[in-house]
Design a protein around this ligand. Structure first.
Ligand code: TIU
Length: 223
């Protein structure tokens, strides 16, 4: 097989294998990135996440141009909320709860406008979209089966939010034997201190559950 393309990363070079990798975009949904959705209902400034969009557009374009696999995830629930545990439904004091009507449709409900991916990063034909009820991409989904069927063992991870759905997915992937490279400027948090610490946690201890690199370093390795 072709030699790996080393990506300059922390804690050390990531041996990117074009035959074994997939780019994963986690929950780049209007519900998290635009006003009137779930993220804002929890009291967050959704503008905090928008700096991820331009670098992610470049990463997506370069990855697609090489014909490498791209997968998207969306967090959300069935219209009857039967897949939303009461613990999640009742957590916190959101201005709008999951399932409540909002300006972009019902909050975090599949099929609603607000639940879908932002226009800038819309999936194209052939890119799997994994609908997940939880924070991690494996729980309650066929994500693991889709990756196994495609022979994917490395995940280049992007999306929101760094310390919630990105972390949960990377931790779960690591336990399942995947090597994960998280692109630092393509993941976002509503909390600057969580963004910083969340990235540091991944690559600490010799890469306890993954690697981190900038999108520029990923793009340089592909070039
Ligand atoms: N609230 C928050 O930071 N995140 C989530 O609820 N979901 C995701 O991270 N996608």
């Amino acid at each position: 097989s072709a030699p790996a393309l080393p990506v300059s990363a922390l804690p050390g070079p990531f041996p990117l294998d074009p035959a074994a990798m997939a780019l994963v975009l986690i929950d780049m949904q209007r519900d998290f990135l635009e006003p009137g959705g779930f993220g804002e209902s929890l009291g967050n400034d959704v503008g905090m996440l928008r700096r991820t969009i331009d670098p992610l557009r470049a990463v997506l374009a370069a990855t697609r141009a090489l014909g490498l696999p791209v997968l998207h995830t969306r967090e959300g629930h069935l219209p009857d909320l039967s897949d939303c545990p009461p613990s999640k439904l009742n957590r916190g004091a959101p201005t709008r709860r999951i399932g409540d009507p909002g300006p972009n449709g019902r909050i975090l409900v599949r099929g609603e406008y607000g639940h879908d991916i932002i226009d800038e990063l819309a999936p194209v034909d052939g890119e799997p979209v994994i609908d997940k009820p939880g924070k991690g991409a494996f729980y309650g989904t066929d994500f693991g089966e889709v990756l196994a069927a495609a022979g994917i063992t490395q995940l280049v991870v992007t999306g929101v939010t760094t310390e919630v759905c990105v972390h949960t997915t990377v931790r779960e992937a690591n336990d399942r034997g995947f090597d994960c490279l998280v692109l630092s400027d393509c993941v976002g948090s509503y909390f600057p201190e969580f963004q910083q610490a969340g990235l540091a946690m991944i690559s600490a201890q010799g890469g306890i559950f993954g690697w981190t690199a900038s999108s520029a370093d990923y793009l340089a390795a592909l070039a």
